[in-house]
Design a protein around this ligand. Structure first.
Ligand SMILES: Cc1cc2nc3c(=O)[nH]c(=O)nc-3n(C[C@H](O)[C@H](O)[C@H](O)COP(=O)(O)OP(=O)(O)OC[C@H]3O[C@@H](n4cnc5c(N)ncnc54)[C@H](O)[C@@H]3O)c2cc1C
Length: 300
């Protein structure tokens, strides 16, 4: 029996959701690169996600949780397993409020932009630097997204995950957060954020400034997956790549952006193979010139 049919049988146990076959992953990534996956599942609710993950683990079927696809490179051959998408889980609401702060409940599939906009409209501070970052709250949590001195972890209070022992809520103090990562024992279902109340006009002004800076320094209107490499040693990876003379370097239809050297852009028909080749070329050249080992930020 095909995996999709087996997953379909979970409906008898209460699973609800969509099961799609042979889905082209390039349609789900900001780079517009990636071959097909055999099965993509969009569970309707956390209970269905729990059933699905239990089933996949029990049968040793590989799976991958896809957020907005804005920080991943998918192979041209696609993914040989089940892709889980939580894109339809979009909700942000205030669940607690006090004189100084609000606690927000946010579902993992909610776009980060929606949460940033919500905070701006309610005069809540803490997310200003994340303005303009694409992707979902699930992705921002596991990648501890950040910019301009702001990090997602700064506003996280607790994270609800579906892990090996079912659904659990993990308090911030029990989560290891670091530069562009968080160690979590499962798939992020939802996050509670705590944001302080502040002057709405100042928040708007800060967001506007950060967004203008971002637009001026990053190729936001091209096909990319954000920063390819993490900050290296004392310099940013972008600076090292630029100083190595690699801006504009191109393999096939993948090019090191002229605007920001740590963004590799797909000029139209770029492939994952060429992307990886360009990454390797850049890594070797930076190592040769500066003796610095670059570590990928993008998930391969
Ligand atoms: C133009 C552009 C600008 C960017 N600027 C920035 C920036 O300034 N700062 C920054 O930090 N990033 C930036 N990024 C990168 C990216 O947007 C962020 O890393 C974002 O948080 C990734 O979220 P996503 O939902 O797209 O995750 P995806 O790319 O879909 O996935 C990334 C990883 O998260 C995992 N994941 C996703 N959702 C879940 C979940 N619910 N549970 C468990 N694991 C999950 C995936 O399995 C994968 O390993 C930029 C990207 C682009 C294209």
């Amino acid at each position: 029996m095909k995996v999709s049919e087996q997953i379909g049988l979970l409906k008898e146990d209460g699973f609800a959701g969509e099961v799609m076959e042979d889905v082209l992953l390039r349609d789900y990534t900001s780079l517009r690169i990636g071959g097909p996956c055999e099965v993509m599942v969009s569970p309707k609710d956390p209970y269905s996600l729990k059933l699905l993950i239990e089933f996949l683990r029990e049968h040793s079927i590989e799976y991958f949780v896809l957020g907005g696809g804005t920080n991943i490179l998918v192979s041209d051959r696609g993914y040989n397993g089940v892709v889980i998408t939580l894109r339809h889980w979009q909700r942000v609401e205030t669940v607690e409020t006090s004189k100084d702060q609000e606690t927000l409940f946010v579902m993992a599939g909610t776009s980060l932009a929606m949460v940033v906009g919500y905070a701006r409209d309610r005069g809540l501070t803490g997310l200003e630097g994340l303005v303009g970052i694409p992707g979902t709250v699930g992705g921002a949590t596991v990648g501890n997204a950040g910019a301009f001195g702001y990090e997602f972890m700064d506003v996280v209070d607790r994270v609800t995950v579906v892990g090996p022992s079912g659904m659990e809520v993990i308090q911030k103090g029990d989560i290891e957060f670091g530069y562009r990562y968080a160690v979590l024992p499962g798939t992020v279902v939802a996050v509670h954020l705590v944001l302080r109340k502040a002057d709405p006009q100042e928040i708007k002004t800060r967001m506007k400034e950060f967004l203008e800076k971002k637009k001026a320094t990053q190729p936001l209107d091209t096909l990319s997956a954000g920063c390819v490499y993490k900050i290296a040693a004392d310099a940013t990876a972008g600076k090292l790549i630029e100083e190595a003379g690699l801006k504009g370097k191109r393999i096939g239809d993948i090019m090191v952006s002229e605007k920001h050297a740590n963004f590799f852009i797909n000029l139209g028909s770029g492939s994952a193979e060429d992307f990886v080749k360009l990454m390797e070329l850049v890594r070797q050249e930076v190592m040769r010139q500066f003796s610095v080992e670059l570590e990928p930020e993008i998930k391969l």
